[in-house]
Write a protein that binds this ligand. Structure first.
Ligand code: 16G
Ligand code: ZN
Length: 530
Protein backbone atom coordinates (compact mmCIF):
# COMPACT_ATOMS: atom_id res chain seq x y z
CA UNK A 1 0.00 0.00 0.00
CA UNK A 2 1.25 3.42 -0.96
CA UNK A 3 0.50 5.31 2.25
CA UNK A 4 1.77 8.59 0.85
CA UNK A 5 -1.06 8.35 -1.70
CA UNK A 6 -3.58 7.61 1.08
CA UNK A 7 -2.29 10.60 2.99
CA UNK A 8 -2.45 12.88 0.01
CA UNK A 9 -6.02 11.84 -0.80
CA UNK A 10 -7.04 12.33 2.85
CA UNK A 11 -5.51 15.80 2.96
CA UNK A 12 -6.65 17.01 -0.44
CA UNK A 13 -9.44 15.38 -2.47
CA UNK A 14 -11.20 13.93 0.57
CA UNK A 15 -10.40 16.33 3.33
CA UNK A 16 -12.69 16.68 6.26
CA UNK A 17 -15.29 19.40 5.76
CA UNK A 18 -16.86 19.24 9.19
CA UNK A 19 -15.63 19.95 12.72
CA UNK A 20 -18.29 18.22 14.77
CA UNK A 21 -18.23 14.57 15.73
CA UNK A 22 -19.90 12.08 13.39
CA UNK A 23 -20.92 8.80 14.95
CA UNK A 24 -21.50 5.29 13.62
CA UNK A 25 -25.04 4.92 14.95
CA UNK A 26 -27.74 2.25 14.86
CA UNK A 27 -27.64 2.09 11.09
CA UNK A 28 -24.18 3.42 10.30
CA UNK A 29 -23.21 7.04 9.70
CA UNK A 30 -26.18 9.15 8.75
CA UNK A 31 -26.27 12.93 8.36
CA UNK A 32 -26.30 15.71 5.76
CA UNK A 33 -24.83 14.37 2.53
CA UNK A 34 -22.53 17.35 1.99
CA UNK A 35 -20.37 16.59 5.03
CA UNK A 36 -19.91 12.90 4.29
CA UNK A 37 -17.26 12.77 1.57
CA UNK A 38 -14.32 12.20 3.94
CA UNK A 39 -16.34 9.62 5.87
CA UNK A 40 -16.98 7.60 2.71
CA UNK A 41 -13.35 7.78 1.64
CA UNK A 42 -12.26 6.61 5.07
CA UNK A 43 -14.86 3.83 5.17
CA UNK A 44 -13.48 2.68 1.82
CA UNK A 45 -10.08 2.41 3.51
CA UNK A 46 -11.53 0.69 6.55
CA UNK A 47 -13.56 -1.97 4.71
CA UNK A 48 -10.30 -3.24 3.25
CA UNK A 49 -8.96 -3.81 6.77
CA UNK A 50 -12.24 -5.34 7.89
CA UNK A 51 -12.10 -7.72 4.94
CA UNK A 52 -8.56 -8.71 5.90
CA UNK A 53 -9.62 -9.38 9.49
CA UNK A 54 -12.57 -11.55 8.49
CA UNK A 55 -10.80 -13.02 5.44
CA UNK A 56 -14.04 -12.50 3.55
CA UNK A 57 -15.84 -9.97 1.39
CA UNK A 58 -17.33 -6.97 3.23
CA UNK A 59 -20.22 -4.82 2.02
CA UNK A 60 -20.57 -1.05 1.98
CA UNK A 61 -24.02 0.43 1.40
CA UNK A 62 -24.66 4.10 0.77
CA UNK A 63 -28.14 5.16 1.81
CA UNK A 64 -30.03 7.20 4.38
CA UNK A 65 -33.09 4.97 4.17
CA UNK A 66 -36.25 6.94 5.00
CA UNK A 67 -34.45 10.25 5.65
CA UNK A 68 -35.00 13.23 3.34
CA UNK A 69 -33.14 13.52 0.04
CA UNK A 70 -30.51 15.91 1.44
CA UNK A 71 -29.28 13.31 3.92
CA UNK A 72 -27.14 10.34 3.21
CA UNK A 73 -25.29 7.64 5.07
CA UNK A 74 -23.12 4.59 4.93
CA UNK A 75 -23.16 1.25 6.66
CA UNK A 76 -20.73 -1.62 6.53
CA UNK A 77 -21.97 -5.17 6.11
CA UNK A 78 -20.16 -8.10 7.71
CA UNK A 79 -19.49 -11.39 5.86
CA UNK A 80 -22.78 -13.16 6.57
CA UNK A 81 -24.71 -10.14 5.38
CA UNK A 82 -25.24 -8.98 8.95
CA UNK A 83 -24.61 -5.57 10.52
CA UNK A 84 -21.05 -4.59 11.38
CA UNK A 85 -19.85 -5.99 14.71
CA UNK A 86 -20.18 -3.34 17.41
CA UNK A 87 -16.50 -3.17 18.40
CA UNK A 88 -15.83 -2.10 14.81
CA UNK A 89 -18.50 0.59 15.01
CA UNK A 90 -16.20 2.25 17.54
CA UNK A 91 -13.22 1.83 15.23
CA UNK A 92 -15.24 3.29 12.35
CA UNK A 93 -16.22 6.30 14.47
CA UNK A 94 -12.59 6.84 15.44
CA UNK A 95 -11.32 6.75 11.86
CA UNK A 96 -14.13 9.01 10.63
CA UNK A 97 -13.28 11.73 13.15
CA UNK A 98 -9.49 12.01 13.24
CA UNK A 99 -7.78 14.94 11.54
CA UNK A 100 -6.81 14.49 7.89
CA UNK A 101 -3.17 14.30 8.89
CA UNK A 102 -3.90 11.40 11.28
CA UNK A 103 -5.70 9.10 8.87
CA UNK A 104 -2.63 7.05 7.99
CA UNK A 105 -1.36 6.74 11.54
CA UNK A 106 -4.82 5.70 12.70
CA UNK A 107 -4.98 3.01 10.02
CA UNK A 108 -1.60 1.76 11.20
CA UNK A 109 -2.79 1.68 14.80
CA UNK A 110 -5.85 -0.33 13.80
CA UNK A 111 -3.69 -2.78 11.85
CA UNK A 112 -1.51 -3.26 14.89
CA UNK A 113 -4.28 -3.46 17.48
CA UNK A 114 -6.28 -5.94 15.42
CA UNK A 115 -3.21 -7.84 14.33
CA UNK A 116 -4.27 -7.62 10.68
CA UNK A 117 -2.61 -9.64 7.95
CA UNK A 118 -2.46 -6.94 5.30
CA UNK A 119 -1.23 -9.37 2.67
CA UNK A 120 -4.70 -10.94 2.49
CA UNK A 121 -6.42 -9.93 -0.79
CA UNK A 122 -9.31 -7.85 0.49
CA UNK A 123 -12.60 -7.60 -1.31
CA UNK A 124 -15.31 -5.03 -0.92
CA UNK A 125 -18.83 -5.00 -2.35
CA UNK A 126 -20.38 -1.57 -2.85
CA UNK A 127 -23.97 -0.54 -3.43
CA UNK A 128 -25.92 2.69 -3.29
CA UNK A 129 -29.44 4.06 -3.34
CA UNK A 130 -30.91 6.54 -5.85
CA UNK A 131 -30.08 9.80 -4.02
CA UNK A 132 -28.24 12.33 -6.16
CA UNK A 133 -25.45 12.44 -3.58
CA UNK A 134 -24.98 8.66 -3.59
CA UNK A 135 -22.91 8.39 -6.77
CA UNK A 136 -20.22 10.92 -5.75
CA UNK A 137 -20.12 9.41 -2.27
CA UNK A 138 -19.66 5.94 -3.70
CA UNK A 139 -16.78 7.29 -5.81
CA UNK A 140 -15.11 8.51 -2.61
CA UNK A 141 -15.48 5.03 -1.11
CA UNK A 142 -14.11 3.43 -4.28
CA UNK A 143 -11.03 5.65 -4.09
CA UNK A 144 -10.52 4.54 -0.50
CA UNK A 145 -10.77 0.85 -1.37
CA UNK A 146 -8.43 1.25 -4.34
CA UNK A 147 -5.87 3.25 -2.37
CA UNK A 148 -5.62 0.27 0.02
CA UNK A 149 -5.34 -2.15 -2.93
CA UNK A 150 -8.66 -3.84 -2.19
CA UNK A 151 -10.60 -5.71 -4.85
CA UNK A 152 -13.86 -4.09 -5.65
CA UNK A 153 -17.26 -5.12 -6.90
CA UNK A 154 -19.50 -2.13 -7.44
CA UNK A 155 -23.11 -3.21 -7.82
CA UNK A 156 -24.25 0.35 -8.46
CA UNK A 157 -27.85 1.14 -7.54
CA UNK A 158 -29.32 -1.63 -5.37
CA UNK A 159 -31.68 -1.93 -2.43
CA UNK A 160 -30.10 -2.39 1.01
CA UNK A 161 -31.34 -6.00 1.30
CA UNK A 162 -29.96 -6.82 -2.15
CA UNK A 163 -26.52 -5.67 -1.01
CA UNK A 164 -26.74 -7.79 2.14
CA UNK A 165 -27.85 -10.75 0.04
CA UNK A 166 -24.98 -10.42 -2.42
CA UNK A 167 -22.43 -10.20 0.41
CA UNK A 168 -23.79 -13.34 2.06
CA UNK A 169 -23.92 -15.29 -1.21
CA UNK A 170 -20.39 -14.24 -2.11
CA UNK A 171 -19.02 -15.51 1.19
CA UNK A 172 -20.89 -18.82 1.06
CA UNK A 173 -19.71 -19.62 -2.46
CA UNK A 174 -23.18 -19.47 -3.90
CA UNK A 175 -24.69 -22.04 -1.49
CA UNK A 176 -27.37 -19.51 -0.49
CA UNK A 177 -27.84 -18.20 -4.02
CA UNK A 178 -26.07 -16.66 -6.99
CA UNK A 179 -24.24 -13.52 -5.75
CA UNK A 180 -25.77 -11.11 -8.25
CA UNK A 181 -28.85 -8.91 -8.37
CA UNK A 182 -30.24 -11.15 -11.16
CA UNK A 183 -29.63 -14.17 -8.91
CA UNK A 184 -31.60 -12.43 -6.17
CA UNK A 185 -34.65 -11.78 -8.36
CA UNK A 186 -34.54 -15.25 -9.81
CA UNK A 187 -34.28 -17.11 -6.51
CA UNK A 188 -37.11 -15.22 -4.84
CA UNK A 189 -39.42 -15.14 -7.87
CA UNK A 190 -38.99 -18.83 -8.54
CA UNK A 191 -39.65 -19.75 -4.91
CA UNK A 192 -42.74 -17.54 -4.84
CA UNK A 193 -44.14 -19.17 -7.98
CA UNK A 194 -43.54 -22.63 -6.54
CA UNK A 195 -45.16 -21.65 -3.26
CA UNK A 196 -48.34 -20.21 -4.80
CA UNK A 197 -48.61 -22.80 -7.55
CA UNK A 198 -49.72 -20.53 -10.37
CA UNK A 199 -53.11 -19.38 -9.10
CA UNK A 200 -53.80 -15.69 -8.51
CA UNK A 201 -56.91 -15.73 -6.33
CA UNK A 202 -58.21 -17.87 -3.50
CA UNK A 203 -61.49 -17.23 -1.68
CA UNK A 204 -61.29 -13.68 -0.26
CA UNK A 205 -57.71 -13.26 -1.45
CA UNK A 206 -57.32 -11.38 -4.71
CA UNK A 207 -53.87 -11.52 -6.27
CA UNK A 208 -53.54 -7.80 -6.69
CA UNK A 209 -51.54 -5.38 -4.57
CA UNK A 210 -50.59 -1.72 -4.89
CA UNK A 211 -47.21 -0.44 -3.75
CA UNK A 212 -46.00 2.97 -2.59
CA UNK A 213 -42.27 2.75 -3.38
CA UNK A 214 -41.33 6.00 -1.53
CA UNK A 215 -39.76 7.30 -4.77
CA UNK A 216 -36.69 5.32 -3.83
CA UNK A 217 -34.50 2.51 -5.05
CA UNK A 218 -37.20 0.02 -4.10
CA UNK A 219 -39.17 1.18 -7.13
CA UNK A 220 -36.62 -0.52 -9.38
CA UNK A 221 -37.00 -3.78 -7.48
CA UNK A 222 -40.80 -3.52 -7.52
CA UNK A 223 -40.75 -3.07 -11.29
CA UNK A 224 -38.52 -6.11 -11.73
CA UNK A 225 -40.71 -8.33 -9.53
CA UNK A 226 -43.79 -6.99 -11.30
CA UNK A 227 -42.32 -8.20 -14.57
CA UNK A 228 -41.13 -11.58 -13.33
CA UNK A 229 -44.32 -12.39 -11.42
CA UNK A 230 -46.96 -10.99 -13.77
CA UNK A 231 -48.63 -14.37 -14.23
CA UNK A 232 -49.12 -14.96 -10.48
CA UNK A 233 -49.70 -11.52 -8.95
CA UNK A 234 -50.79 -8.17 -10.25
CA UNK A 235 -48.56 -5.39 -8.88
CA UNK A 236 -49.44 -1.68 -9.23
CA UNK A 237 -46.78 0.85 -8.32
CA UNK A 238 -46.91 4.52 -7.39
CA UNK A 239 -44.40 6.94 -5.89
CA UNK A 240 -42.27 5.06 -8.35
CA UNK A 241 -39.23 7.32 -8.41
CA UNK A 242 -40.56 10.31 -10.30
CA UNK A 243 -41.49 12.28 -7.20
CA UNK A 244 -39.45 13.47 -4.23
CA UNK A 245 -37.79 10.71 -2.21
CA UNK A 246 -39.60 9.83 1.04
CA UNK A 247 -41.67 13.00 0.82
CA UNK A 248 -45.12 12.32 2.27
CA UNK A 249 -44.74 8.68 1.33
CA UNK A 250 -42.93 5.52 2.31
CA UNK A 251 -43.21 3.07 5.19
CA UNK A 252 -41.91 5.42 7.89
CA UNK A 253 -44.29 8.22 6.94
CA UNK A 254 -47.32 5.92 6.78
CA UNK A 255 -46.46 4.20 10.07
CA UNK A 256 -45.79 7.38 12.04
CA UNK A 257 -48.51 9.58 10.54
CA UNK A 258 -51.05 6.75 10.34
CA UNK A 259 -52.37 8.09 7.03
CA UNK A 260 -52.05 6.93 3.40
CA UNK A 261 -49.11 8.24 1.35
CA UNK A 262 -49.44 10.93 -1.27
CA UNK A 263 -50.67 9.75 -4.70
CA UNK A 264 -52.53 6.79 -3.22
CA UNK A 265 -55.50 6.17 -5.55
CA UNK A 266 -57.57 5.78 -2.32
CA UNK A 267 -59.89 3.06 -3.55
CA UNK A 268 -61.59 1.44 -0.57
CA UNK A 269 -60.38 -1.96 0.66
CA UNK A 270 -57.45 -2.23 -1.76
CA UNK A 271 -54.53 -4.08 -0.21
CA UNK A 272 -51.69 -1.56 -0.16
CA UNK A 273 -48.03 -1.68 0.74
CA UNK A 274 -45.59 1.08 1.66
CA UNK A 275 -41.87 0.42 1.56
CA UNK A 276 -39.12 2.79 2.66
CA UNK A 277 -36.39 4.61 0.71
CA UNK A 278 -33.95 1.68 0.61
CA UNK A 279 -36.56 -1.11 0.63
CA UNK A 280 -35.76 -2.75 3.94
CA UNK A 281 -39.04 -1.83 5.65
CA UNK A 282 -42.63 -2.59 4.80
CA UNK A 283 -46.08 -1.87 6.19
CA UNK A 284 -49.48 -2.80 4.79
CA UNK A 285 -52.51 -0.57 4.95
CA UNK A 286 -55.95 -0.01 3.46
CA UNK A 287 -58.79 2.48 3.75
CA UNK A 288 -62.27 1.11 4.40
CA UNK A 289 -65.64 2.09 2.92
CA UNK A 290 -65.93 4.90 5.46
CA UNK A 291 -62.55 6.24 4.44
CA UNK A 292 -61.01 5.10 7.73
CA UNK A 293 -57.32 4.26 7.54
CA UNK A 294 -56.13 0.83 8.73
CA UNK A 295 -52.46 0.05 9.31
CA UNK A 296 -51.05 -3.48 9.33
CA UNK A 297 -47.53 -2.94 10.59
CA UNK A 298 -44.48 -5.06 11.36
CA UNK A 299 -46.15 -6.60 14.43
CA UNK A 300 -49.00 -7.87 12.32
CA UNK A 301 -46.71 -9.24 9.66
CA UNK A 302 -44.72 -11.06 12.34
CA UNK A 303 -47.84 -12.60 13.78
CA UNK A 304 -49.22 -13.64 10.43
CA UNK A 305 -45.94 -15.38 9.65
CA UNK A 306 -45.52 -16.97 13.08
CA UNK A 307 -49.09 -18.29 13.10
CA UNK A 308 -48.67 -19.77 9.64
CA UNK A 309 -45.37 -21.43 10.52
CA UNK A 310 -46.85 -22.79 13.71
CA UNK A 311 -49.66 -24.38 11.72
CA UNK A 312 -47.28 -25.88 9.16
CA UNK A 313 -44.97 -27.22 11.86
CA UNK A 314 -47.92 -28.88 13.57
CA UNK A 315 -49.19 -30.34 10.30
CA UNK A 316 -45.79 -31.67 9.36
CA UNK A 317 -45.24 -32.88 12.92
CA UNK A 318 -41.75 -31.37 12.99
CA UNK A 319 -40.27 -30.65 16.36
CA UNK A 320 -38.64 -27.31 15.67
CA UNK A 321 -38.59 -24.40 18.07
CA UNK A 322 -40.34 -21.33 16.72
CA UNK A 323 -39.82 -17.97 18.41
CA UNK A 324 -40.67 -14.35 17.84
CA UNK A 325 -38.58 -11.27 18.63
CA UNK A 326 -40.00 -7.77 19.14
CA UNK A 327 -38.93 -4.43 20.58
CA UNK A 328 -40.62 -2.14 23.08
CA UNK A 329 -42.44 -0.50 20.15
CA UNK A 330 -44.47 -3.66 19.55
CA UNK A 331 -48.10 -2.96 20.20
CA UNK A 332 -49.33 -4.40 23.51
CA UNK A 333 -52.22 -5.96 21.61
CA UNK A 334 -49.78 -7.98 19.50
CA UNK A 335 -47.65 -9.14 22.41
CA UNK A 336 -50.69 -10.35 24.33
CA UNK A 337 -51.98 -12.21 21.27
CA UNK A 338 -48.65 -13.96 20.64
CA UNK A 339 -48.17 -15.16 24.17
CA UNK A 340 -51.76 -15.84 25.19
CA UNK A 341 -53.44 -17.04 22.00
CA UNK A 342 -50.67 -18.20 19.68
CA UNK A 343 -48.54 -19.44 22.56
CA UNK A 344 -45.30 -18.81 20.70
CA UNK A 345 -42.35 -17.72 22.86
CA UNK A 346 -41.68 -14.00 22.45
CA UNK A 347 -38.53 -12.06 23.34
CA UNK A 348 -38.08 -8.30 23.64
CA UNK A 349 -34.77 -6.62 22.72
CA UNK A 350 -33.51 -3.03 22.28
CA UNK A 351 -34.28 -1.15 19.05
CA UNK A 352 -32.05 -1.80 16.04
CA UNK A 353 -31.93 -4.65 13.60
CA UNK A 354 -28.75 -6.18 14.91
CA UNK A 355 -30.32 -6.86 18.31
CA UNK A 356 -33.38 -8.52 16.82
CA UNK A 357 -31.42 -10.54 14.30
CA UNK A 358 -29.02 -11.79 16.92
CA UNK A 359 -31.78 -12.89 19.28
CA UNK A 360 -33.77 -14.56 16.50
CA UNK A 361 -30.77 -16.78 15.69
CA UNK A 362 -31.30 -18.51 19.05
CA UNK A 363 -34.45 -20.22 17.75
CA UNK A 364 -34.63 -22.99 15.13
CA UNK A 365 -36.95 -20.61 13.30
CA UNK A 366 -36.75 -17.04 14.53
CA UNK A 367 -39.28 -14.48 13.31
CA UNK A 368 -38.30 -10.90 14.06
CA UNK A 369 -39.98 -7.64 13.22
CA UNK A 370 -39.83 -4.09 14.46
CA UNK A 371 -43.26 -2.45 14.53
CA UNK A 372 -41.88 -0.02 11.90
CA UNK A 373 -41.79 -2.89 9.40
CA UNK A 374 -38.18 -4.02 9.44
CA UNK A 375 -37.88 -7.74 9.85
CA UNK A 376 -37.30 -11.18 8.44
CA UNK A 377 -37.18 -14.82 9.44
CA UNK A 378 -34.00 -16.74 10.13
CA UNK A 379 -33.61 -20.50 10.05
CA UNK A 380 -30.87 -22.57 11.62
CA UNK A 381 -29.10 -24.67 8.99
CA UNK A 382 -30.13 -27.76 10.93
CA UNK A 383 -33.79 -26.68 10.77
CA UNK A 384 -33.61 -26.17 7.00
CA UNK A 385 -32.10 -29.64 6.70
CA UNK A 386 -34.88 -31.21 8.78
CA UNK A 387 -37.60 -29.46 6.75
CA UNK A 388 -36.08 -30.36 3.38
CA UNK A 389 -35.61 -34.00 4.42
CA UNK A 390 -39.18 -34.25 5.70
CA UNK A 391 -40.52 -32.86 2.41
CA UNK A 392 -39.16 -35.93 0.61
CA UNK A 393 -39.52 -38.53 3.34
CA UNK A 394 -41.71 -41.39 2.03
CA UNK A 395 -42.34 -42.74 5.53
CA UNK A 396 -44.29 -39.59 6.51
CA UNK A 397 -47.99 -39.27 5.75
CA UNK A 398 -48.90 -37.30 2.67
CA UNK A 399 -50.27 -34.44 4.80
CA UNK A 400 -47.06 -34.20 6.77
CA UNK A 401 -44.99 -34.23 3.62
CA UNK A 402 -47.10 -31.57 1.94
CA UNK A 403 -46.78 -29.25 4.94
CA UNK A 404 -43.00 -29.78 5.03
CA UNK A 405 -42.88 -29.14 1.31
CA UNK A 406 -44.76 -25.86 1.70
CA UNK A 407 -42.37 -24.79 4.45
CA UNK A 408 -39.43 -25.73 2.26
CA UNK A 409 -40.57 -23.54 -0.63
CA UNK A 410 -41.36 -20.64 1.71
CA UNK A 411 -37.78 -20.63 3.01
CA UNK A 412 -36.50 -19.58 -0.40
CA UNK A 413 -38.88 -16.64 -0.69
CA UNK A 414 -37.29 -15.16 2.42
CA UNK A 415 -34.15 -13.00 2.37
CA UNK A 416 -32.69 -14.21 5.65
CA UNK A 417 -29.77 -11.80 5.62
CA UNK A 418 -31.76 -8.72 6.69
CA UNK A 419 -35.28 -7.27 6.58
CA UNK A 420 -36.32 -7.04 2.94
CA UNK A 421 -39.52 -5.19 2.07
CA UNK A 422 -40.14 -7.06 -1.16
CA UNK A 423 -39.33 -10.55 -0.01
CA UNK A 424 -41.45 -9.83 3.09
CA UNK A 425 -44.28 -8.67 0.87
CA UNK A 426 -44.20 -11.83 -1.21
CA UNK A 427 -44.19 -13.88 1.98
CA UNK A 428 -47.27 -12.06 3.27
CA UNK A 429 -48.98 -12.44 -0.10
CA UNK A 430 -48.42 -16.17 -0.23
CA UNK A 431 -49.69 -16.65 3.31
CA UNK A 432 -52.81 -14.54 2.73
CA UNK A 433 -53.40 -16.49 -0.43
CA UNK A 434 -52.98 -19.84 1.32
CA UNK A 435 -55.50 -18.73 3.93
CA UNK A 436 -57.88 -17.16 1.45
CA UNK A 437 -57.78 -13.90 3.42
CA UNK A 438 -58.19 -10.27 2.51
CA UNK A 439 -56.71 -7.54 4.74
CA UNK A 440 -59.94 -7.33 6.75
CA UNK A 441 -59.72 -11.02 7.65
CA UNK A 442 -56.01 -10.61 8.47
CA UNK A 443 -56.72 -7.66 10.74
CA UNK A 444 -59.39 -9.54 12.69
CA UNK A 445 -57.03 -11.73 14.71
CA UNK A 446 -56.35 -9.06 17.37
CA UNK A 447 -56.91 -5.39 18.13
CA UNK A 448 -54.04 -2.91 18.15
CA UNK A 449 -54.08 -0.57 21.14
CA UNK A 450 -54.31 3.07 20.04
CA UNK A 451 -50.78 4.48 20.10
CA UNK A 452 -48.73 7.61 19.47
CA UNK A 453 -45.09 8.39 18.91
CA UNK A 454 -43.71 11.86 19.50
CA UNK A 455 -40.27 13.44 19.44
CA UNK A 456 -39.03 15.71 22.21
CA UNK A 457 -36.08 18.04 21.69
CA UNK A 458 -33.91 18.20 24.79
CA UNK A 459 -30.52 19.62 25.71
CA UNK A 460 -28.76 16.28 25.96
CA UNK A 461 -30.66 13.23 24.83
CA UNK A 462 -28.03 10.92 26.27
CA UNK A 463 -29.01 12.05 29.76
CA UNK A 464 -31.72 9.44 29.33
CA UNK A 465 -30.48 5.89 29.80
CA UNK A 466 -32.67 2.82 29.77
CA UNK A 467 -32.84 -0.80 30.86
CA UNK A 468 -35.09 -3.83 30.32
CA UNK A 469 -34.91 -3.59 26.50
CA UNK A 470 -35.57 0.18 26.70
CA UNK A 471 -38.87 -0.29 28.49
CA UNK A 472 -37.74 1.52 31.64
CA UNK A 473 -35.39 4.42 32.18
CA UNK A 474 -32.61 4.49 34.71
CA UNK A 475 -31.60 8.15 34.46
CA UNK A 476 -32.44 10.95 35.01
CA UNK A 477 -33.42 10.01 38.53
CA UNK A 478 -37.12 10.11 39.20
CA UNK A 479 -38.26 10.17 35.56
CA UNK A 480 -39.40 6.53 35.51
CA UNK A 481 -41.45 7.07 38.68
CA UNK A 482 -43.15 10.04 37.05
CA UNK A 483 -43.93 7.99 33.94
CA UNK A 484 -45.30 5.15 36.08
CA UNK A 485 -47.56 7.59 37.86
CA UNK A 486 -48.92 9.04 34.62
CA UNK A 487 -49.41 5.66 32.94
CA UNK A 488 -51.27 4.22 35.94
CA UNK A 489 -54.17 6.59 35.23
CA UNK A 490 -54.90 5.01 31.83
CA UNK A 491 -56.47 1.59 31.33
CA UNK A 492 -54.00 -0.67 29.45
CA UNK A 493 -51.60 2.28 29.48
CA UNK A 494 -47.96 1.81 28.57
CA UNK A 495 -45.32 4.37 27.75
CA UNK A 496 -41.56 4.52 27.47
CA UNK A 497 -38.93 7.03 26.43
CA UNK A 498 -35.53 6.51 24.82
CA UNK A 499 -32.89 8.61 23.10
CA UNK A 500 -33.03 8.17 19.32
CA UNK A 501 -30.05 6.48 17.73
CA UNK A 502 -30.53 8.32 14.45
CA UNK A 503 -31.73 11.82 15.32
CA UNK A 504 -30.98 14.33 18.05
CA UNK A 505 -34.28 13.81 19.88
CA UNK A 506 -35.87 11.75 22.62
CA UNK A 507 -38.65 9.47 21.43
CA UNK A 508 -41.81 9.00 23.45
CA UNK A 509 -44.08 6.03 22.81
CA UNK A 510 -47.51 5.78 24.38
CA UNK A 511 -50.41 3.37 24.06
CA UNK A 512 -53.65 2.82 25.95
CA UNK A 513 -57.10 1.36 25.62
CA UNK A 514 -59.05 4.44 24.53
CA UNK A 515 -58.20 6.41 21.43
CA UNK A 516 -59.46 9.63 23.10
CA UNK A 517 -56.75 9.29 25.77
CA UNK A 518 -53.67 8.45 23.81
CA UNK A 519 -52.75 11.96 22.70
CA UNK A 520 -52.97 13.17 26.28
CA UNK A 521 -50.92 10.30 27.62
CA UNK A 522 -48.14 10.99 25.09
CA UNK A 523 -48.25 14.71 25.89
CA UNK A 524 -48.03 14.17 29.65
CA UNK A 525 -45.05 11.86 29.31
CA UNK A 526 -43.39 14.32 26.92
CA UNK A 527 -43.73 17.07 29.51
CA UNK A 528 -42.18 14.79 32.13
CA UNK A 529 -39.19 14.26 29.82
CA UNK A 530 -38.71 17.88 28.94
C1 16G B 1 -32.44 2.47 12.38
C2 16G B 1 -32.50 0.98 12.53
C3 16G B 1 -33.92 0.53 12.80
C4 16G B 1 -34.45 1.25 14.01
C5 16G B 1 -34.28 2.74 13.88
C6 16G B 1 -34.59 3.41 15.18
C7 16G B 1 -31.13 -0.64 11.38
C8 16G B 1 -30.69 -1.16 10.06
N1 16G B 1 -32.02 0.33 11.33
O1 16G B 1 -33.17 2.89 11.27
O2 16G B 1 -33.89 -0.83 13.03
O3 16G B 1 -35.80 0.96 14.20
O4 16G B 1 -32.94 3.04 13.55
O5 16G B 1 -34.33 4.76 15.05
O6 16G B 1 -30.70 -1.09 12.44
P1 16G B 1 -34.28 5.69 16.31
O7 16G B 1 -33.18 5.19 17.21
O8 16G B 1 -34.05 7.04 15.75
O9 16G B 1 -35.63 5.58 16.98
ZN1 ZN C 1 -34.50 1.48 5.40
Amino acid sequence: VDYSLVESLAKNQHRKAYDGVIQYGTAGFRTKADILDHVLFRMGLLTVLRSQVKKAAIGLMITASHNPEADNGVKLVDPNGEMLESSWETIATRLANVQDSQVVSTLQEIIKEQNIDTSYPASVIIGRDTRSSSLPLSQAAVEGVKAMNGNLKDFGVVTTPQLHYVVHCTNTNGAYGVPTVEGYYEKISKAFKTAVGGKKDNDKYIGKVQIDAANGVGALAVKEFKKQLSDVIDIQIYNDGNGQLNHMCGADYVKIQQIPPVNDPLKPLVRSVSIDGDADRIVYYYTDENNKFHLLDGDRIAILVAAHFKELLEKSNLDLQLGLVQTAYANGGSTAYISETLKVPVACVPTGVKHLHHKALEFDIGVYFEANGHGTIVFKDSAVQIIRTAADNPSLSENQRTAAHTLSSIIDVINQTVGDALSDMLLVELILRAKGWDTVAWEKSYRDLPNRQVKVKVQDRNAITTTDAERRCVTPMGLQEKIDEIVAKYPKGRSFVRPSGTEDVVRVYAECDRIEDVEKLAAQVSIAVF
